[in-house]
Structure formats: C-alpha cells, structure tokens
Design a protein around this ligand. Structure first.
Ligand code: FAD
Length: 495
C-alpha cells in the first residue's frame, strides 16, 4: 500500500510493506475509536484521522474553572456497567469504572396533581413508581398494551409512541413523562420516537439495566481506547481533515486529507488503505465521495439504482438538537447519582448531579449538575429564548438556591446530540464496498446514544469480518454496464 505523501512526522506510508489489512478511520469520536481499538487488537494496521486537536469528539472531558465538563455527553452511560459500551470496552481490555445509578431515575412532580408546573411545590418519586398514580382502568389498559406489544402484536403502522398509546388512554402525567424520558435520552419528543424504537429501548433496559456514571467522566473511556489503539500499533493523527474518499472500481481505496495547521492547509495528502471506516455520519461521508461514486456509476463499477436508493435514505436523516446547561452549587441539590426527570419544566427534560458519584469532577466543596433539553428544529432560530426558558426552569426546579451557571452548550448541525434520530439510522453499509459507517449515525436498534454506538460498532465489525449478512437494500448486485444511469445532480452539503 502506498501514500502520495507522508502525512505527518511519525506517520509513515501506512501499511506499506505490511501484509496486515490496513484500515483508515475518519474521525476520533467514540464510534471511530471503538472500531479502531477492536481492529487494531485483531492485528490490523489502523490509522485514525481527526480534524480537531482534541480526541474523543462529543464524548470527552474539558476543564473549565476546575470542573470536568464535556464536549457532549453528561458523563453517563444509559445502560451502565452491564450495557453494550461498558461490556465492549472491558472486552477490549479497557479499565473503566461505571457506578450504577440507584435509583435508576427520579421524577419531579407537582404535589398538587392538577398543577401544570412546579410553582406550588413538588416531590420526587422513583420512576418505577410513576405508573402507580394511574387510574386502575388506565393501568389495566397500559398493562394489556405492553403485553400485546411484547407478544409481537404490533401496530400495522410504526407510528409515534405517544400517538400510539393516546389512542387507548389519555393521562397528562404519562404524556409528560414520556416526553421528558424521550427528551432526556434521545433529544426527541415521545411522538418523534416510533413505537417500535421505544419498545426496543424498553427491551434493552430490561436486558442491560439502567444508567451509570463514569468515574472520571467521558474521558475515562476515551483514554482507555486511545491506549488500546496505540498499544496495538495503531496511530491517531490529529488536525488532519479528510476531504475525500478515494474509490477504485467501486471499492474504497483510501482518503485524501489536509493538515489544518498548515498555512492554506498545505498540500493534499493521499493515503491508501484496504478498508475505510467513517465516524462522521452517512451524509457527511457521502459528501466526501459523491463525485467519485458518480464516476464509478458511469464506469459501471457501482449500481445506479443502489446509489439512488442510498441517496433516498440519506434525504430522510434528521439530526436531533439539544441544549445543555452546566452549573454548580455549594450544596448538594439531588440526593442521588441518577437522573432527575423534570416533566413539568418548560424545557429542561432532566439532569444529573455527577459529583454525587465522582466528587473529583468539580473543585472541592462544589457540586456539578448538567441539564439536558431537547430543542425542536423550528426553535433553533430562537435559541436565546430556548436558553432563557431553560434558565427560568432552573429557578423553579431549585427555588431559592444559589446556582452558578458555568457553561451553556447548544448542540446542533455538525455537532448535534444525535446524528440520526433514534430509529432512523441507516446501518453501517454504504453503496461502496469496504466503506463502513459507525458512530451515532449508525446506531443499533433500541440503542440509546453511546449504547447504540456500541451496538452499531459490533454490527460493523461483524460485517467487516464477514460474519453478518449484508442486508441493506442498496447493496444490490452491481450492474457491470456502462452509463447505467445518469448521476443525480443533487449534492449533499456538509452541515
Ligand atoms: C448535549 C449532549 C448530551 C449527551 N449526553 C449523553 C449521555 O449522557 N450519555 C450518552 O450515552 N450519550 C450522550 N450524548 C451522545 C454522545 O455524546 C454521542 O452520541 C457520541 O459522543 C457521538 O460519538 P461519534 O463517534 O458518533 O461522533 P463524534 O463524537 O461527533 O465523532 C466524530 C469525530 O469526527 C471528527 N471529524 C468530522 N469530520 C471529519 C473529517 N472530515 N476528517 C477528520 N475528522 C473529522 C469530529 O471532529 C469528531 O471528533 C450526548 C450528546 C450531547 C451533544
């Protein structure tokens, strides 16, 4: 294998004179690093290229005023110590400590059951007891519906979860609860989440258990993955932005990248490899090879139909946006290390007080709390109002408390909460052989956030090893005819 030019000091022509299958990973986020660590451990020659100077993407700590904040996640694994991510990291030889949240989650409800906000007082109840407030009739309906669903008697149409259950019973608390759960865990409403995805999530909660906090925060996972990659001969090159994926006869054959530090980005550098894995999402990756794919269609190496089907799938992908407020207090605000869901707030869906588990995430004597609020696509142009509503919520949720706002982070577009709405992921395959997608644009079914990433990476590895069938509809047999179809003019733009 050859490289057009050396990529950086210490980054020799990757894999040259090496019989091991060489792999390029685009993006050093959690999905890219997990895949890189697994493939490096298998003996492959792995190089990860990351455009930022920071490794870890949206799952890494950064320090601010002595607090360990994060670029995205709230230092929490949705399925804790037994979940797909923790299991995979441990199987790779990573040492992480995940403290199970007990209780799994609390829900803050108004003491007056007819109230629609917290102004008249509130109480916190365990999420497991939430259904107890339902009338006997609604409890029976809910039990019957769940049993039916689990028995495989699913609705013909995969409608939104809320639309589905409100056909059978209405209960304001239940609807609010469903929205705050979906908002917290997926940055979606309960109606944006399909009923099949919601039940897949419930099944995973039953299978793997509830959430847990990472000792040391998100970086504890990233640091271990970096160690494993390096110990197994892999390389992680930062400030290298991949600008295109090279195709050769319908297969991925390498990438072109540029050095973001160099004046005018320097000369483009070409690296060849046997396998290209992208951690930047389907759409964003397609932008890197669309022109090359269209040429390959014209030359008969790629199927025109397969490419069109894939493009149709891409047009349906929607990222989910959200807003995070990190704040501190001199006193402990929550009595537990789990989630507090806030279904009666204006915007905030929930929060965790991570210092209840790991006090080192804040300066001595300080408590660190992080909130999450889903942001609707049509509210992204009114983000100041959304922030204000989140701040107003904090006054109602913690009346009379002295809170110090540390950082407010808006997650959207190229740095979203989720690259694809849960349940709408496009899988790991692309129309191009030897090019796979991992990360939160290719999550496994029912996998909340990083757990979905781990499930998706597991599937990608099976596909790479040839132990899973390639089922995606755009993987039709390639038509070896020239000019099978005129390429579409539509170009996907990087957001
Ligand atoms: C506010 C918020 C709260 C969250 N809370 C939680 C939580 O509590 N628990 C949980 O499990 N999950 C949570 N998540 C989700 C979780 O953080 C993400 O799903 C996960 O970090 C995404 O990882 P990834 O590898 O898919 O993508 P990324 O982390 O985005 O990694 C992709 C990497 O690719 C790089 N890149 C992009 N383009 C190029 C290019 N052309 N060349 C080279 N490099 C490139 C990027 O710089 C980035 O580093 C949260 C997310 C947000 C935003």
């Amino acid at each position: 294998m050859t490289s057009g030019s050396d990529i950086a000091a210490g980054s020799e022509n990757i894999g040259s004179a090496d019989s091991r299958k060489s792999v390029i990973v685009i993006g050093a986020g959690l999905g890219g690093l997990l895949t890189a660590a697994a493939l490096a451990k298998e003996g492959r020659d792995v190089t990860v290229l990351e455009k930022l100077s920071l490794i870890g993407g949206r799952f890494v700590n950064f320090e601010y005023k002595g607090y360990q904040l994060s670029t995205g996640a709230l230092h929490m694994l949705p399925h804790g110590v037994k979940g797909p991510l923790a299991t995979m990291v441990k199987e790779l030889g990573g040492q992480i400590t995940v403290v199970p949240s007990s209780p799994m989650a609390m829900v803050r409800v108004p003491t007056d059951k007819t109230a629609s906000d917290y102004s008249g007082g509130f109480e916190d109840i365990p999420s497991a007891q939430f259904k107890d407030h339902l009338s006997l009739k609604n409890k029976l309906i809910m039990g019957k519906l769940t049993a039916k669903y689990l028995a495989g008697m699913i609705p013909e149409e995969d409608i939104g979860f809320k639309s589905w259950f409100t056909q059978y019973f209405r209960d304001d608390r239940m609807e609010r609860y469903a929205d705050s759960f979906a908002g917290w865990s997926l940055s979606m409403t309960a109606d944006e989440t399909s009923v099949s995805e919601m039940f897949a999530i419930f099944r995973n909660v039953a299978k793997y258990g509830g959430p847990g906090i990472l000792m040391g925060g998100c970086s504890s996972v990233i640091n271990e993955l970096v160690r494993i990659i390096k110990e197994n001969g892999g390389r992680i090159l930062t400030q290298k932005e991949v600008t295109s994926v090279i195709l050769k006869e319908g297969k991925a054959a390498g990438i072109v990248c540029r050095d973001v530090r160099a004046k005018g980005y320097g000369d483009p550098e070409t690296l060849t490899a046997d396998l290209v894995i992208s951690d930047i999402g389907h759409k964003e990756t397609f932008c890197l090879y669309q022109e090359n794919a269209e040429k390959d269609v014209q030359n008969g190496y790629l199927s025109a139909d397969a490419l069109r089907t894939y493009e149709e799938q891409l047009s349906k992908i929607r990222p989910s946006a959200g807003l995070k407020i990190c704040f501190s207090c001199d006193e402990q605000l929550l009595t537990h290390g789990g989630i507090l869901l806030t279904p009666y707030a204006r915007r905030i869906n929930g929060m965790d007080e991570v210092t209840n588990v790991d006090p080192t995430l804040a300066p001595e004597g300080k408590h660190l709390i992080m909130t999450h609020q889903r942001t609707a696509p049509d509210r992204l142009d009114h983000i100041d109002e959304e922030i204000q509503m989140g701040l107003d919520d904090l006054k109602d949720i913690f009346p009379g408390k002295n809170l110090e706002i540390l950082v407010i982070q808006v997650h959207r577009d190229g740095w979203p909460v989720n690259r694809a709405f849960s349940g709408t992921d496009c899988g790991n395959l692309t129309p191009v052989k030897d090019l796979y997608i991992v990360g939160d644009g290719a999550k496994g079914k029912g996998g909340i956030e990083v757990e979905g990433i781990a499930l998706g990476v597991t599937k990608a590895l099976e596909l790479i090893r040839g132990t899973a069938p390639e089922k995606e509809i755009w993987k039709r047999p390639v038509q070896q005819t020239k000019n099978a179809r005129e390429p579409q003019n539509k170009k996907y733009k990087n957001q």
